[in-house]
Design a protein around this ligand. Structure first.
Ligand code: UDP
Length: 318
């Protein structure tokens, strides 16, 4: 039975990975300092003997007893609002946290997987983004704390791979949504759903012509699981290439939910990328034909149901 450490395991993606790897028969050590993660996301595993939760900040030295076969480093604030609120922990978890988790993987002779991000491409000048594009990042802007920490993390992982021969993987995650996102994490999907269900205006930042490509969480987790088992060391984009403008996304949310909310424009955040769409040719090729399967309407429906089930939004849109 493989034994796996998931940092950020109580977060949105980390907790879905805990579910998946437990289902695959792993023993899971879930580590989180709970700045943005929540025990609500993992409480359903507390009685499982193959699951252990450790509250720890991975920017400090990490001690795990016993063998570890896989280390998945998913700890980090990941919403722009969160990393603006926690700029220094964001820089530290992407740099010191990556260093500490790599050190642990060395010691345990484990395979290592880094959760990287489409933010390494910054406000991209190449469209769609392929893995061989080096990006257009403002290092000193407010988003730089996340983007540069993840870029540093990727550099660190490749150095451990080349210099120490560590068995490593890097996934570049594009916008992902689904159950267990925090309703108030500030990202566009939970914001629009919350606004649509409470009769508030949908807040479109800027003129809404900026684009994003939204991937449902189960498609992302499937891709990450395949990457973990693949032998591809260089970064791989995982996301859904179905690109849309934010204004069209707002209209789609109104249509899917039947909400009568208006659309209100608010200022565009500094350094907000104008376009984003993953080129997933590499993923298709190295992950055994992987591709996203859940369309936007179905994914939004499942996400809405989660927020309703957990009583975070009313059962019908206003
Ligand atoms: N956005 C918006 N209204 C909101 C929240 C976000 O128009 O209430 C926009 C934001 O400016 C960005 C896009 O939606 O262009 C996606 O933002 P999000 O915070 O979800 O993630 P990002 O892709 O920027 O990391």
């Amino acid at each position: 039975m493989p034994r796996t450490l998931i940092t950020g395991g109580a977060g949105f993606l980390g907790s879905h990975l805990c579910d998946r790897l437990l289902a695959e028969g792993h023993e899971v050590v879930c580590m989180d300092n709970l700045i943005t993660g929540s025990v609500d996301n993992i409480a359903h595993h507390f009685k499982n003997e193959r699951f252990l939760f450790v509250k720890h900040d991975v920017t400090n030295y990490i001690m795990v007893e016993g063998p570890i076969d896989y280390v998945l480093h998913f700890a980090s604030p990941a919403s722009p609002v969160d990393y603006l609120e926690h700029p220094i922990p964001t820089l530290k978890v992407g740099s010191l946290g990556t260093h500490n988790t790599l050190g642990l993987a060395m010691k345990k002779r484990a395979r290592y997987l880094l959760a990287s991000t489409s933010e390494v491409y910054g406000d991209p000048l190449i469209h769609p983004q392929r893995e061989d594009y080096w990006g257009n990042v403002n290092p000193i802007g407010p988003r730089g704390v996340y983007d540069e920490a993840k870029r540093f993390g990727e550099a660190m992982v490749m150095a451990y791979h080349r210099h120490h021969g560590l068995d490593t993987r890097i996934v570049r995650i594009f916008n992902t949504y689904g159950p267990r996102m925090r309703l108030h994490d500030g990202r566009v999907v939970p914001n629009f759903i919350h606004q649509a269900f409470t009769g508030q205006p949908l807040t479109v930042y800027g003129d809404g012509t900026q684009t994003r490509s939204f991937c449902y969480v189960s498609d992302l987790i499937e891709g990450i699981h395949r990457l973990l088992l693949s032998d591809h060391v260089e970064p791989v984009n995982i996301g859904n290439p179905a690109e849309m403008t934010i204004i069209d996304f707002a209209r789609a949310i109104l249509r899917f939910t039947g909400s009568k909310s208006e659309i209100r424009h608010e200022p565009l955040p500094v350094d907000d990328p104008q376009t984003r769409q993953p080129d997933i040719s590499l993923a298709r090729q190295v992950l055994d034909g992987w591709e996203p399967k859940v369309g936007l309407e179905e994914g939004i429906q499942r996400t809405v149901e989660h927020f309703q089930r957990t009583k975070q939004i009313p059962s019908a849109a206003e």
